[in-house]
Design a protein around this ligand. Sequence first.
Ligand SMILES: [Zn+2]
Ligand SMILES: [Zn+2]
Length: 276
Amino acid sequence: MMIHDGHVHTPFCPHGSKDSFIKYCETAISHKLTGITFAEHAPLPRSFVDPTPLQDSGMSWDDLYTYLKEVRALKKEYKGHLNIYVGLEVDYIEGFEKETTDFLNEIGPSLDDSILSVHFLKLGTEYVCIDYSPDVFHYACNQLGSTEAVYELYYQTVLKSVKSNLGHYKPNRIGHMTLVRKFQKKFPIDRSFQTETSSILAEIKKKGYELDYNGAGYIKPLCREPYPYDSIIEETIKRNIPLVYGSDAHQASSLLNGYTELHPKSILAKPNPLRD
Ligand SMILES: [Zn+2]
Ligand SMILES: [Zn+2]
């Protein structure tokens, strides 16, 4: 099996487990993975106020350089056994494009791989972390008037993230593009969003990006499907968009999350290198 897990969190994640890097790497080797991308949540823009109760959505700024140093050291240590990519999961936050670009310009040269994800939605003057809890999701539905309106805004924001100009070091992989469905079993919708998801795929293709084929959704009790789900994957394959598997593991035992539910033939053996 040639599997690279392109979306793995680390002990630096403030809302994840404290499993050590070694534990992640040894577990990856025991699963016969060929490589992993450590893609910790990048620190959020300094002027952005994290709306989650513990403000723990991203890595702390104080940890950033230690994180990069430790992953670089592991990469050397495991050379020949496990291909370790130094990466980050970077948030696309509407209205914070300039700060995000400055951040990427500074940190981009140190990265092998990275993911651009939408977790925060702008509701008027406030932001919500849409995958935080069913209650927060429900709050967003009330604010916008319907569940469908939340979906619409999520997909619009993902489309903006793909189109956004975040400079030379913009990540070339779009994270969990259907994360808005994390609580779908509790908040069903009454229409298909195929037009919206197709526009996103068309733009991803145009830009030459990859898609995070994320197994975590399958594990979530209110979701039970990968991000993105099967019909989008079929379209992705038709459009010839590269898919990179991601477990989105926040603990070592979650490596390979949902993998058996995916369509393995369509998955790249490893991510494409970041453009240089
Ligand atoms: Zn996380
Ligand atoms: Zn994420």
